[in-house]
Design a protein around this ligand. Structure first.
Ligand code: MEV
Length: 301
């Protein structure tokens, strides 16, 4: 039996714009998904979503991981158990984490000899198949850990401050939100293209501040990024309520993270304000988590 785990992520900058090749800065967080695999007679996938065989509706990512890994190893039966601390459909990269941890677990179980770059690449191709359109960001950062600039694949300095996450509890479909942005961009390219370019420029400018650990400047830019995400239609009243609750209780920055719609927002805090920000988020009725950046990507447990 083999168990592998992979981290979730938050975006400091660049979600949605990165789908169109603009830069993003993404940060792995210390909340992980574990995938346990063992050989058996038939294919069984178990998670909080249920117990299935290959099932592209209930377990789309794990089902594709199994199918893809059949190109690298010969097997008929397999038991896969998923245990995730990352809420599903919340923008924290749960699909990338389960995909990457699943590929690495099967890589170890069958001795396929895949390297981390291969795992990130296969993970990205699976996300593209399931989501319709997906950038390599989530799967790359979940594989490698740390703080990463995409598409350059450059590792930046670690983020040392507490990260507070507010979860609206409303499921957010990345596929749908990416498609909505594509529709808006198709209708109004003169308006939406420059916004996406500005988001990309923000990541490029912010790189230096991340490496200098200048959290005040990073925070000011993240707040601007939030406004631009709202402008392209991926915000919403629940997310805004959490963003302003966090800012009003001392967050250095607060913005949507991930696909938006529902899902999560992220706030940067200092050691003294993290608990206060989490409480302000909980007082609105939402769930709050305090976490940190992790340098560890996918790993054997
Ligand atoms: C989802 O976590 C981030 C998006 O930019 C989609 C993607 O990068 O594939 C919205």
């Amino acid at each position: 039996m083999i168990t592998c785990s992979a981290p979730g992520k938050i975006y400091l900058f660049g979600e949605h714009a990165v789908v169109y090749g603009h830069s993003a800065i993404c940060c792995a967080i210390d909340i992980r998904t574990r995938v346990q695999v063992e050989k058996c007679d038939s294919i069984v996938i178990e998670s909080v979503l249920g117990r299935t065989g290959i099932d592209h509706d209930i377990h789309p990512y794990v089902s594709r991981v199994i199918e893809k890994m059949q190109e690298h190893a010969e097997f008929k039966g397999l038991r896969v158990r998923v245990d995730s601390k990352l809420p599903v459909g919340s923008g924290l990269g749960s699909s990338a984490a389960v995909t990457v941890a699943g590929i690495q677990a099967l890589n170890h179980l069958f001795g396929c000899g895949l390297q981390l770059e291969d795992i990130a690449r296969i993970g990205h191709s699976i996300e593209k198949e399931v989501q319709g359109n997906a950038s390599p960001t989530d799967t790359y950062v979940s594989t490698m850990g740390g703080v990463v600039m995409i598409p350059q694949r450059r590792k930046l300095q670690a983020l040392d401050c507490p990260i507070v996450i507010g979860n609206t509890g409303r499921f957010s479909s990345t596929r749908e939100l990416v498609a909505n942005v594509a529709k808006l961009k198709g209708e109004f390219p003169e308006i939406i293209d420059p916004i996406l370019e500005d988001i990309g420029s923000m990541s490029a400018i912010a790189e230096e501040y991340v490496n200098r650990k200048d959290y005040l400047t990073i925070g000011r830019l993240m707040n601007v990024n939030h406004g631009l995400l709202d402008a392209i239609g991926v915000g919403g009243p629940e997310l805004s309520a959490l963003v302003y609750a966090a800012r009003n209780s001392g967050a250095t920055a607060a913005k949507i993270t991930g696909a938006g719609g529902g899902g999560c927002m992220v706030a940067l805090a200092d050691e003294n304000s993290a608990q206060r920000i989490a409480k302000a988020i909980r007082d609105t009725g939402a769930e709050a988590l305090i976490t940190r950046n992790t340098g560890e990507g996918v790993r054997l447990e």
